[in-house]
Design a binder for this molecule. Structure first.
Ligand SMILES: Cc1cc2nc3c(=O)[nH]c(=O)nc-3n(C[C@H](O)[C@H](O)[C@H](O)COP(=O)(O)O)c2cc1C
Length: 213
């Protein structure tokens, strides 16, 4: 079965990105672009990003997760520590993040080392979630085989009876922080001559360079 997609062809022309215009801090640059994506109101969820991990099997694996906060210490997301990504991160605590904000014709790529948040930080976020999301997090052995939908539905009924309010955070559910060592800001341009600016953390300084498209 061949699907020929060569006629789907977009030109990228909206913005440009020059090395003389970027912030010296990649976190500030990220913040600017992130706020533009949020304010444009064009995305259902601009906090969604692709997270790629790779365990000792050397098989890269990608999935979407939601960014829950960021500052100069790093980027935080929450998940199940026993999931496939959790296992990968135990074996190899490095990850690659990718945001694609297509309405602005932009992608941001961030690589870094990954650490678990403290139990208190995970508790704080868990406790801020809606009741049903808390119950769902307890009920789900994320990424393990599920024999039938009924199995998880029965678990949820039992958990709701057990915890009519304030379900506790399961110990295998919590947050991670990705501490960046490299960022790349990509701005789509005419005729595929895209602008790419890379930041690399070298001896505690962010070094900035242009890349060929
Ligand atoms: C829009 C969107 C947001 C998601 N947000 C999260 C999230 O914040 N945390 C999470 O664990 N999974 C999230 N998921 C589900 C993951 O993509 C994935 O299915 C799940 O985490 C299991 O991944 P794993 O088996 O690779 O560990 C989200 C999926 C989508 C499409």
């Amino acid at each position: 079965m061949i699907e020929n997609l060569s006629e789907i062809r977009q030109e990228y022309t909206k913005f440009s990105l020059d090395i003389n215009d970027v912030h010296s801090s990649p976190f500030h640059q990220f913040k600017d672009w992130f706020h533009i994506a949020i304010k444009s109101d064009l995305f259902y969820d601009p906090t969604a990003f692709n997270l790629s991990t790779c365990g000792l099997d050397m098989q890269p694996s990608s999935r979407i997760v939601l960014l829950k906060s960021f500052d100069e210490n790093g980027f935080q997301f929450f998940t199940n520590y026993s999931s496939e990504k959790g296992k990968d991160l135990t074996e190899n605590p490095h990850a690659s993040m990718l945001f694609f904000w297509d309405k602005q014709e932009r992608q941001v790529r961030i690589n870094g080392s990954v650490e678990k948040l403290t139990p208190k930080e995970s508790d704080n976020y868990f406790n801020s979630r809606p009741y049903d999301s808390k119950i769902g997090a307890i009920a789900s052995n994320q990424s393990s085989p599920l024999s039938s939908k009924k199995e998880i539905e029965s678990k949820i009924i039992e958990l709701k009876a057990k915890y009519p309010d304030n379900p506790p955070r399961p110990l295998d559910w919590g947050g991670y922080i990705i501490k960046p060592t490299a960022f790349e800001f990509w701005q789509g341009r005419e005729s595929r001559l895209h602008d790419r600016i890379k930041y690399q953390l070298i001896s505690d300084n962010w070094e900035i360079e242009r890349l060929y498209p």
